[in-house]
Design a binder for this molecule. Structure first.
Ligand code: SF4
Ligand code: SF4
Length: 184
């Protein structure tokens, strides 16, 4: 009885994921082309193909708790290569959102960077690299991480203490739309 309820719960979660990511996981026929092209598959606990297989088998919690979505660089190579048109990059993104909603962020540093990056974009209309690096290093406790690169980046004009602000209204509208879709 309990097993049936668990299965029904997983099926519902899977339906929600498919809707959010715009995919049907059954369309994946496990050819592995996505994994073959993924630049970070070597570091993942489950390759993109395996993530799709977990979902097909109803192992939803396993997929949500995986490290792979947090290592995904959103390069979209997998989605482009898939002969069945499965948007795996969208699946990875949706799994990240779901993991965050459940308070499961296996790659803490990636989760922190994600949050700070979005905050910076929201505040300035674009990312302020120097502010982002400093805040990330402070919050992650790695105060002097990459500090050796700072003088060269400074000299080459790649970083500046002043945040350039541009297009904040347009970006604010994008954030507002994304937040309203979250509530749907
Ligand atoms: S490329 Fe597409 S069909 Fe092939 S394993 Fe990946 S998701 Fe499945
Ligand atoms: S979008 Fe993510 S999963 Fe897909 S190929 Fe790029 S890094 Fe790999």
């Amino acid at each position: 009885m309990e097993l049936t309820a668990t299965k029904a719960g997983a099926a519902k979660e899977l339906q929600r994921l498919e809707k959010a990511a715009g995919v049907e996981v059954r369309n994946c026929y496990q050819c592995g082309k996505c994994t073959a092209g993924c630049p970070v598959a070597f570091a993942m606990d489950y390759s993109p193909r395996q993530i799709m297989r977990l979902l097909q088998l109803g192992l939803y919690d396993e997929a949500v708790g995986a490290h792979s979505p947090w290592l995904c660089a959103s390069c979209i190579t997998c989605s482009t290569r898939c002969p069945k048109g499965v948007n795996i990059a969208g699946v990875m993104e949706t799994l990240r959102i779901e993991a965050k909603n459940q308070g499961l962020v296996p790659e803490k540093a990636v989760g922190l960077f994600d949050d700070l990056f979005l905050q910076s974009v929201q505040q300035n209309g674009r990312v302020h690299e120097m502010g982002l690096i400093l805040r990330f290093n402070l919050k992650s406790g790695k105060w002097f991480k990459d500090a050796a690169f700072a003088p060269k980046l400074w000299r080459d004009g790649k970083i500046s203490p002043r945040a350039e602000k541009a297009g904040r209204e347009a970006v604010a509208r994008i954030f507002a739309r994304a937040h309203s879709q979250e509530g749907e």
